[in-house]
Design a protein around this ligand. Structure first.
Ligand code: IPE
Ligand code: IPE
Ligand code: MG
Length: 240
């Protein structure tokens, strides 16, 4: 089932991707930005399939940030429509590929129809045992930390938690990502060297890989290239 090339010894357990460059991809072709997003959705399909085949356990895709709400309304609307269409049309494929869908972020900010479709896909795929695909939607790392702090305070106020017991592990259990391990590898497409408010707490020891490729051009071979780079890293976690 897992088709891993010989030269890739270690497959990361959790890969996180900042899927960037859809707008530039479209601009280079004189197309509207939304066309770039549409093609970006095809990259999502390819990467999900490849990660499933490689035996990756968790794949977190940054699909829409807290800050992306600042974009023109027509672009935001197009992205939300695309999300809804993607979920509707691709859930059967996720079932075939044994993919379990999850989502993180302030999901209540999404349009009702998107939320409904999202929850349908999440429950439909809940029993699948292959790749866990986590969509970060209306997601911001700082917002997540703030929500985590509020949730911690509530536990303390209700007497479920003693302040003295709070440590990194306890805090992690109050984040959206409480059920998932931290990412081993972060991939960012289109060359930007920043986190853009993605998984700030979780990425303290994640390996970063940035490619110039724009997201709609990212395919299986580009993913393998990232895995090869990951295999060449020496992860010390502060040790020797
Ligand atoms: C990433 O592509 C998709 C989202 C952020 C939703 P962009 O739309 O940011 O593309 P560029 O960065 O403008 O090229
Ligand atoms: C990051 O890309 C967010 C997503 C990929 C969803 P942006 O295009 O929004 O990031 P900046 O604005 O270049 O930092
Ligand atoms: Mg961008």
């Amino acid at each position: 089932m897992s088709r891993v090339p010989e030269d890739i010894k270690t497959v990361p357990r959790h890969i996180a991707i900042i899927m960037d460059g859809n707008g530039r991809w479209a601009r280079e072709r004189g197309l509207p930005r939304t066309e770039g997003h549409r093609r970006g959705a095809d990259s999502v399909r390819r990467v999900v399939k490849a990660c499933g085949e490689l035996g990756v356990e968790f794949l977190t895709l940054y699909a829409f940030s807290s800050e992306n709400w600042k974009r023109p309304k027509r672009e935001v609307d197009a992205l939300m429509r695309l999300l809804q269409q993607f979920l509707k049309s691709r859930t059967p494929e996720m079932m075939e590929q044994n993919v379990r869908l999850q989502a993180i972020g302030r999901l209540h900010d999404l349009p009702e129809a998107c939320q409904a479709e999202l929850h349908r896909s999440i429950s439909k795929t809940a029993q699948n045992t292959g790749l866990t695909l986590i969509l970060a939607l209306s997601y911001g790392g700082r917002e997540e930390i703030i929500d985590g702090v509020k949730s911690l305070l509530e536990s303390v106020e209700k007497g479920h938690l003693d302040k003295a017991m709070i440590d990194g592990e306890v805090f992690s259990k109050h984040l959206y990502t409480r059920y998932y391990p931290d990412p081993d590898l972060l991939i960012r497409t289109s060359g930007e060297l920043r986190l853009s408010n993605f998984l700030l707490w979780q990425m303290s020891y994640t390996e970063f890989y940035v490619t110039e490729k724009l997201w709609p051009d990212f395919e299986r071979e580009a993913l393998l290239e990232a895995l090869r780079a990951f295999n060449a890293r020496s992860r010390r976690f502060g040790g020797v």
